[in-house]
Design a protein around this ligand. Structure first.
Ligand SMILES: Nc1ncnc2c1ncn2[C@@H]1O[C@H](COP(=O)(O)OP(=O)(O)O)[C@@H](O)[C@H]1O
Ligand SMILES: [Mg+2]
Length: 325
């Protein structure tokens, strides 16, 4: 999955955070390499913000450790954090000040000059709206100003917690384009999201987190380049049960009157012949692109086979449905 020549920017090793009643982060290990746009995808309450808080040093871990730019000592982390920019939520900008004046305050704290304020305003497309008061900004503009503040100091690693949360499709598109532009300039981006759609369109790599655990980690290209077999026959439940016995089937899922399966060898003709020998005749068989949604469903069990259909599967395949590769 990762090229050994890549250099890790973030690496976590069995990182844990337990609160009195909740284990927010339950032993996660992942790696983000330079130049990746890494999507940290999971439902609300999965542990995304806690993980980001740990990386930023706002929250201290219960166990485990992490490295930033290859270092993990207090001194290493301190200097690493000077190479990072992060937004945990929309920062408290002053409503009666303009976007530019708000950035001047942040730039003062970060010891950045005026030229840099103009640079980051242009970067997020707020150059012409910089005189307007913050309170008159749309939510999308507020999020973009937060991104601009994050970009002061030209960080190499940018960490964004749900950057498109609450935005309309147009606002999301703007954020996506800014992120794409940053990626083209070689920045490493780590963003959390509970929206599949956002991650699929923005990210090069994804880790899926659920209940504080990483259930899947993969490049988005790997996800979408592997096709799945889409099948139809008169009796879809019987078809699903038959395909589940096929030796090269990694997983099988019935979706209404369709059956979808991932094949180890991708050989549709062999599957067709094998089914025909068992008296199962298909009305449709095609290679279909797998979406991140398929992977998310496999990994989290959301939208998995209905219990009745799952029970019809032989043990090994049923087990493989929830397996992490
Ligand atoms: N300070 C805290 N004290 C107790 N529980 C917390 C605290 N912060 C987060 N949690 C719990 O930890 C879990 C993960 O939360 P969080 O990291 O915010 O998830 P996400 O950002 O993925 O929505 C949730 O169950 C949440 O209620
Ligand atoms: Mg969160």
């Amino acid at each position: 999955m990762t090229d050994p020549g890549d250099s890790p920017v973030i690496q976590t090793f069995d990182l844990r955070k337990r609160y009195r009643r909740t284990t927010a982060v339950d032993g996660i290990s992942f790696r983000v390499d330079a130049g990746q746009v890494f999507g940290f995808l999971g439902p609300n309450g999965a542990g995304k913000t806690t993980t980001i808080g740990l990386l930023l040093g706002i929250i201290s871990p219960t166990a485990g450790r992490f490295e930033l730019f290859g270092g993990s000592s207090a001194r290493d982390l301190h200097s690493a954090r000077r190479r990072m920019g992060a937004t945990l939520e929309t920062p408290n900008f002053y409503p009666y000040l303009s976007g530019r004046d708000n950035l001047r305050i942040v730039a003062g704290v970060k010891h950045r000059d005026r030229a840099e304020i103009e640079r980051v305003l242009d970067l997020v497309g707020l150059g012409r709206r910089a005189k307007q008061k913050f309170k008159a900004y749309s939510l999308g503009m507020k999020q973009r100003l937060a991104l601009a503040a994050t970009m002061l100091g030209d960080p190499e690693l940018i960490i964004l917690d749900e950057p498109a949360n609450g935005l309309d499709p147009e606002g999301m598109r703007e954020i996506r384009e800014i992120i794409r532009g940053l990626a083209e300039r070689g920045k490493t981006i780590f963003l959390s999201s509970h929206m599949l759609w956002e991650v699929e369109r923005t990210c090069t790599h994804v880790a899926i987190i659920q209940n504080g655990r990483i259930v899947r980690q993969q490049s988005v290209a790997d996800v979408t380049s592997h096709g799945v077999a889409g099948l139809r026959a008169a009796d879809p439940a019987a078809l699903a049960a038959a395909v589940a016995e096929y030796p090269a089937a990694r997983w099988v899922r019935q979706r209404g009157d369709r059956v979808v399966a991932e094949l180890e060898d991708g050989d549709l003709a062999a599957l067709n012949a094998w089914l025909a020998r068992r008296g199962v005749h298909l009305s449709h068989l095609a290679l279909e692109a797998r979406s991140l949604e398929d992977v998310f469903m496999e990994a989290t069990g959301v939208g998995e086979l209905a219990p009745a259909a799952t029970d019809a599967l032989p043990g090994p395949v049923r087990h493989r449905l929830g397996e992490v590769p």
